[in-house]
Design a binder for this molecule. Structure first.
Ligand code: SF4
Length: 365
């Protein structure tokens, strides 16, 4: 698995952001005060130096972190790779707090919160040209004043960047009109989960009474404010049968959304604890999925399959199943040996158990 946290040594005593330069920078690129250049590589690590002082990076080849933007925590002797230069899957985890307790949550909420927005802003400004940066949690909009200001400032300063924000959609209101109006919303997609047309099913999945009603009010409000919405539905046993009903509802009532994503589950966090009662084997029961996709797409709305291994999807729908699992948590299994689809298949989550899940998968020749 690609490491997101690496070991470092530094003389600093406070956290700081730095961009590593393992090779001479392209002369067209601007060198920033946050850059640290590689000076030498020894058996004990790679030595970098910049305006912020020396930093030693341990246990990883300097070529693999060239251009990476790190948040260094000197006391722990670690650095989080906030931006990996060559990756399309950079995400800032802005909080681990959340007001929902979803049955399949891959990142169960914690009470503790540290405001890292100033570091995220610095890191985003150092991101490679044209990057899309993910924002996730926990629930990022629990800190929406900071989030809105962060988006505004970064998007104003970097016209080439865009963001994808994962949110439960519970915390928007009319009072956000002004703050949202200052953000270039054309460069922000909001990924919002909607699990069912039935309020009781949705509320049970997210562990919050009234969440469905609030969500629909806020999706409508956000669209009125000009936000681009990607509705997300994790496919599970409690909502699989109702998927066509949800598709009809989206097609008739929410045609203004940008995208609908039907997603497969991730076997980690609460998702692992509740796997047996939640996992829906779409390799054996694709009919509800296919019918729902057809319905929504026939009304001109984009609909996609996220996190579906291609061999579990009938051939006519495989073009709707892009490789969506982030590079650092993507894995392939023994069955994938020699599969002709491997280069465009997203495979599995690293932690997907070999003995649980799909009844029908295997290499496509
Ligand atoms: S066998 Fe592996 S690589 Fe091939 S389609 Fe299935 S999951 Fe993807």
């Amino acid at each position: 698995m690609i490491p997101l946290r690496i070991k470092v040594e530094t003389e600093a005593d406070q956290p700081f952001v730095v961009r590593l330069r393992s090779f001479e920078a392209d002369p067209r690129e601007q060198i920033s005060p946050f850059d640290a250049a590689l000076e030498r590589v020894g058996p004990e690590g790679a030595h970098y130096a910049g305006e912020g002082g020396p930093i030693k990076v341990l246990g990883i080849d300097p070529s693999k972190v060239d251009g990476d933007v790190l948040l260094v925590n000197p006391r722990r002797g670690t650095a989080d790779r906030l931006i990996r230069n060559t990756s399309q899957h950079n995400t800032f985890l802005v909080t681990e707090r959340c007001d929902q307790v979803c049955l399949m949550c891959s990142q169960p909420p914690k009470k503790h919160h540290v405001d890292l927005f100033p570091y995220f802003e610095t890191a985003a400004l150092l991101a490679p040209e044209g990057a899309t940066i993910g924002i996730s949690g926990g629930e990022p909009t629990l800190f929406k004043a900071q989030l809105f200001e962060f988006l505004r400032r970064v998007l104003d300063a970097r016209p080439d960047l865009s963001f994808h924000v994962l949110t439960n959609g519970q915390h928007f209101g009319e009072g956000d009109r002004e703050a949202m109006g200052r953000i270039d919303l054309g460069r922000v997609a909001w990924g919002i989960p909607l699990y069912s047309r039935e309020p009781a099913i949705h509320d049970k999945i997210v562990g919050k009474a009234g969440a469905h009603e609030r969500l629909l009010e806020n999706v409508a409000l956000m669209c009125r404010l000009g936000a681009q919405i990607e509705l997300r539905t994790v496919l599970m046993l409690p909502n699989a049968d109702g998927l066509p009903q949800l598709a009809r509802f989206i097609a008739s009532t929410l045609p203004f959304i940008r995208t609908w994503a039907i997603m497969q589950m991730e076997n980690i966090g609460f998702g692992r604890m509740n796997w047996k009662t939640l996992f829906y084997d779409s390799s054996e029961g694709f009919e509800v999925v296919g019918r729902s996709l057809d319905l929504v797409r026939s009304r001109g709305i984009d609909a996609w399959l996220y996190n579906f291994p291609l061999c579990t999807v009938p051939e006519p729908y495989r073009n709707l199943a892009p490789s969506t699992i982030s590079d650092w948590k993507r894995a392939y299994r023994g069955e994938c040996e020699g599969c002709s689809l491997k280069t465009r298949c997203g495979g599995f989550f690293e932690w997907h158990p070999a003995d649980h899940g799909y009844g029908n998968l295997g290499a496509i020749q």
